[in-house]
Write a protein that binds this ligand. Sequence first.
Ligand SMILES: Nc1ncnc2c1ncn2[C@@H]1O[C@H](COP(=O)(O)OP(=O)(O)OP(=O)(O)O)[C@@H](O)[C@H]1O
Ligand SMILES: [Mg+2]
Length: 251
Amino acid sequence: MQKTIINIEDLSFVFDDGYTGLDHVSLSIDKGEFIILAGKNGSGKTTFLKHLNGLLIPTSGMIRVNGKQVSKHLIETRKTVGMVFQDPDTQMVGDTVFDEVAFGPENLKLHRALINETVTRILKTLNLFHLRDRNPSTLSGGEKRKVAIAGILAMDPEVIVFDEPFSNLDYPGILQVLSTIMDLHRSGQTVIIATHDIEPVIFEATRMIIMKKGSIMEDGNPMALVGRLEPCGVREPCFSKFNMKPESWQK
Ligand SMILES: Nc1ncnc2c1ncn2[C@@H]1O[C@H](COP(=O)(O)OP(=O)(O)OP(=O)(O)O)[C@@H](O)[C@H]1O
Ligand SMILES: [Mg+2]
């Protein structure tokens, strides 16, 4: 039986300048789902994702993670919901890749030996171990993205949120990040991805939510919704445009 992990009721968010970023959004997310969040620039994807771990607090409405109201349980929420930001540079604080990934577990005050073991395991899994002594600012865009993912994995969150994980990546970079995301989902983690690039993930996703002007326009099976993308300003994937069979990007 599936268990609800995030529950959102009538969530609205108004920015300081009066602009409505989210307009009466209601939905719930079950453990183990793999959700694509689609929508054109400015549709409210990042604003929505920032509510999932309390970086933004609703103007009205309610968001609960594991049954607890986010605004009243910020630390617990951030342990449960990890977020890989649109621009990984904004997330980097360590002098080395190792320290960068160790930063989260250090804040959780875990034992040093356990931190070292966890960070080493994650760096090896993501094929980053050879970069452990490098300064994160000297890495390529794809490497930085993977280090940001490693930093989130080190916190062992139940839900991982990716904001545009494929932007600025070349094809091999997309494949690397994609395979990391697929492995996470297959190991039971709940994954939410905001992306303009639907094609690499649609084969694996269990659900697609399409946003427009801060509202949810569509929410359902990704394959069933591909034809509804373009009215919302998102390019329909080639396979459906040309009536071809969808093919996984994972070889
Ligand atoms: N601090 C702010 N003050 C006022 N308006 C804002 C602020 N931050 C974002 N917005 C507006 O809210 C809307 C939604 O922005 P958001 O970043 O959530 O869009 P998005 O769907 O993530 O877009 P993109 O695909 O470009 O990342 C945009 O029109 C944006 O200009
Ligand atoms: Mg965004």
